[in-house]
Design a binder for this molecule. Sequence first.
Ligand code: TYM
Length: 342
Amino acid sequence: MTGPDGATGGRARVFSGMQPSGAVHLGNLLGALTSWVALQDEADCVYSVVDLHAITAPDEHDPALLQQRTLDLAAVLFGVGVDPARSTLFVQSHVREHAELAWLFNCVATFGELGRMPQFKEKAAGRDASVSVGLFDYPVLQTADILLYHATKVPVGEDQRHHIELARDIGQRFNHRFGDVFTLPTAILPPVAARVMDLQDPTRKMSKSSGTVKGVVHVLDDADTVAAKFRSAVTDSDGEVRIDRAGKPGVTNLLEILAAVSGRSVEAVADEHAGSGYGALKSAVAEAVVAFLAPMRARSLELAEDPAELQRLLAAGADRAREVAAPTLDRARAAMGLLPPA
Ligand code: TYM
């Protein structure tokens, strides 16, 4: 990475992150990681295992597991196709600029806008007084992640749309008050499967922390497990295969998953299966997902066996990330009037 904002040869900068808070699932893969991998062909990509975000929810944070989960996630990210020769992958807490810029942004973000974030409201529902300040502040740290790298594109699933809009708002407010330091980002959502639903409860999104046991398909699940989960997917009783997200969430979710893993439009997939029964549709989805996951699973498991190599790649990634993050933070500090160290 070279140039004042670290951009290489005029290529767009991409940033995204994933929490090491549990096994990577099909929602993470189709909502975000497929775009992470594809964008490497056209942009300068910076990706992070966001461990500081993973400690914001006490019920999901187990200190005894976090280091292992961080390495496991790195193995899966490389395993699904993040290429260390073309992209930068690092652990968020290894680049201290993230936490420091988040503090500066804390003085720009407002209590009101953070309180309105849908994800916060969902997670804090009914227990406002006992949630951590970190959970409340989560989107500010996410803003720092993105803006440190002057990212213009942020590939994420649909549930992150509000967080990216907030990052724009905070960046814009900072620039307005203190001068032009930050580039404003835009969310990149996949054309299908931007919100993959739980197979057992298709009115809820597939989730690392609050999903059902059989409703969440993991990237590292073996073929039999994947097939069994799709076989028992909840559908409906009308028997007709068609797209109707509100009326037929289970069937529509299966069609979207099939479209995403086969690189086709959801309409084409729905037409092809219009005359099929649900059993045949489930088998077709299971087969396509198993084939899609197989090489990623094999590569991830192989990489997980060499933690020293993973640590080496992550350390090199953090060095490259710091080269961009440090000058950005210096500019933000100067713009806010902080005295530089002599
Ligand atoms: P995380 O780890 O919760 O989710 C990682 C990515 O997976 C997407 N995702 C889904 N997409 C479709 N269907 C689903 N059921 C589904 N579940 C999860 C999420 O949208 C996300 O893209 N806050 C971020 C982490 C983060 C970040 C950032 C992202 C921290 N800093 C900076 C972008 C830029 C998150 O939700 O992680």
